[in-house]
Structure formats: C-alpha cells, structure tokens
Design a protein around this ligand. Structure first.
Ligand code: FE
Length: 156
C-alpha cells in the first residue's frame, strides 16, 4: 500500500509499505493495557485525561501501533472537548474513515490506514481551513518532537 512518511530531513515522501497485521495476542504484548483497550478494541479515553491533550511542542504524532505518521503539531488546535484535536492528518492516505453507528450515533471513525489502529472520530465542526475536527485519543498516538524526527524516518 502507498503511505506517506517523513524522510530523515523531515520531508513527507511516498512509501510502498506492507499493511501491518497482528493477532490480538501479539498486539497485547507490544501495547500497554490502556493502549490496547483504545487502539485495538476501539475504546475511548476519558476526556481531559490524555497525556497529549496539552502538548504544545512542535513535532509529529505517529500511530502507537505501527509508527505511521498521522498528525502534525501544525494542525493541532484546542477544541475544548478534552481530546487532542487536529484539523487535518499529515496526509489523507494515512488516515482512513469508516462509518460508525455504534451507541445509536452516526459518526465517522478514523483509523490508521496501515494497521487499522482506532484513532477516534472526525466531525465537521472544525476550524479553517478544512472545517474538520479529527478528535483523537492520546493513547492511540506517540509524539516525537521536531528535532528527533530522524528517529521516526521512513515510518519505522
Ligand atoms: Fe498504524
């Protein structure tokens, strides 16, 4: 599949990468119980509790499961909802959307395109320029500051 990753110099480049597929047992071995509950079992962390909500550093938010870059500090904003919020992903190819009708609601679930990690939901009440609000669980993300971007180069 085609995804976008950062090169060592911090440019977004296309990569042909295999999908990341693991069993529940394998995911449980590499994730904390809380990460597993949210990222693989589609849970939701309590609002105003996530460790990345008030992170204002410049950098990149990658998938906690497979390391794919998903969001950048450039598009993070304070939505007041209690979850980290972004008005766009680093690239449309990296985040996929599924219709979600659980809990009697009509919502659009967002997932990592490479490993199907549950990220959260996207809503149409975001700020300019997109008008979108990608509402994401901290537990589904790993933050890497801008000066360490070489460490996550090539989506590792
Ligand atoms: Fe992933």
């Amino acid at each position: 599949m085609k995804v976008k990753v950062f090169s060592k110099s911090g440019q977004l480049v296309e990569l042909d990468s295999p999908r990341v597929v693991k069993t529940d047992d394998q995911w449980q071995k590499i994730l904390t119980p809380e990460q597993y509950k949210i990222a693989r079992a589609k849970g939701t962390e309590r609002p105003f509790c996530g460790n990345l909500l008030d992170n204002h550093q410049e950098g990149v938010y990658t998938c906690v499961c497979c390391g794919l870059p998903l969001f950048s500090s450039d598009s993070k904003f304070n939505s007041g909802t209690g979850w980290p919020s972004f008005f766009q992903p680093v690239d449309k190819e990296n985040v996929i959307e599924h219709h979600d009708s659980t809990y009697g609601m009509d919502r659009t679930e967002i997932l990592c395109a490479r490993c199907d990690c549950h990220l959260g939901h996207v809503f149409e009440d975001g700020p300019r320029p997109t008008g979108l609000r990608f509402c994401v669980n901290s537990e589904s993300l790993k933050f890497t500051p801008k000066d360490k971007i070489a460490e996550i180069a090539e989506g590792k």
